[in-house]
Ligand binder design. Structure first.
Ligand code: ATP
Ligand code: MG
Length: 296
């Protein structure tokens, strides 16, 4: 594997008596979109702030693009674009002037500004003051500002927050396009479905620790259909002899097909009437719902 875009090892951070990170480990692969998932208070923002030297971790090791952080932050900041919490936009200035200021502050030229305004769909609004922008427009302008130095890595804390469904769709497509150009994009969210529709790779944290990480595809395995039935043995026999693959769990069956009506047909043919037939959850969804206390 090439050098990971981000590597974090045994990271600890407390704020007074509050433990935000408690031995956090994770790795984010380069050239993909990674979803950094966790419920409110899991430590996502604190992880990003620690990585970028915006707060000081108590202990642990961090690398960004193979460069140690915070030691190498001067070099790192030239290659990383960031949106963390309220993006640092100047509301009294227009969108275009905000990008000019961002470029000057970071020591980059102005030549990419028209292209970036186009990329985030703000060309027509570029000469309006940011104070007149909607939240979604401010998010898109913040993305343009984060991209001003053509960074290899984008770190975006909850970038989809406050966008309407159409805005989210466009934003996700933009981020996917960046990964297809070979950039690395890291997006935090407390919303599983945002990440399922966007990411190639997922890191899930909770209470300042890693819960699971890996390719999204591997976490979506294990679908199929969940069947709850009283006559478990007879149901297994009927479904198996109909050529369906059945796995027994404690109090239910998992059948390796998404075709619920086929299952019902087979069971009814054997005089068995299931109380529940529904799509089984992905393993990622199970992990996430278990963590957020919504495991129903
Ligand atoms: N500046 C701070 N002072 C004190 N405690 C803090 C501070 N920032 C974060 N915390 C605490 O650290 C923990 C992790 O917070 P963090 O903001 O990193 O979570 P998060 O995963 O980003 O959550 P959210 O989804 O709500 O944005 C929480 O318990 C929070 O209360
Ligand atoms: Mg946060």
């Amino acid at each position: 594997m090439s050098v990971p875009a981000i590597r974090v090892s045994d990271l600890h951070k407390t704020y007074g008596k509050t433990t935000a990170l408690s031995g956090l480990d994770f790795e984010i692969p380069a050239g993909q979109v990674t979803g950094f998932l966790g419920p409110n208070g899991a430590g996502k923002t604190t992880s990003f702030r620690s990585l970028l030297g915006l707060t000081r971790a108590d202990s642990g090791e961090m690398e960004i693009l193979g460069i140690p952080s915070p030691g190498g932050l001067r070099e790192i900041t030239k290659r990383v674009g960031v949106i963390i919490e309220e993006p640092g936009l100047i509301r009294a200035l227009t969108g275009r002037v905000n990008l000019l200021v961002a470029a000057d502050t970071l020591g980059f030229g102005h030549e990419r500004i028209p292209e970036l305004l186009e990329f985030v769909g703000l060309t027509a609004d570029a000469n309006r003051r940011v104070s007149e922008y909607s939240k979604g427009m401010r998010q898109r302008l913040a993305l343009a500002a984060a991209m001003i130095g053509d960074p290899d890595l984008l770190i975006l804390d909850e970038p989809l927050d406050g966008l309407d469904p159409a805005g989210q769709h466009v934003f996700k497509a933009r981020l996917r396009g960046l990964a297809e150009e070979g950039k690395t994009v890291v997006v935090s969210s407390h919303n599983l479905s945002d990440i399922e529709a966007l990411a190639d790779y997922v890191v899930v944290i909770d209470r300042g620790r890693l819960v699971t990480q890996g390719p999204l595809s591997s976490m979506l395995d294990g679908g199929g259909t969940r069947v709850e039935v009283v006559e478990i043995d007879q149901a297994v026999a009927a479904l198996s002899s109909a050529g369906l693959e059945v796995t027994r769990a404690d109090d239910h069956l998992r059948v390796a097909t998404e075709d619920g009506s086929a299952i019902v047909r087979v069971l009814a043919g054997a005089g068995i009437y299931p109380s529940v037939v529904r799509p089984a959850r992905s393993s990622l969804e199970q992990v996430f719902l278990g963590m957020t206390g919504n495991d129903s």
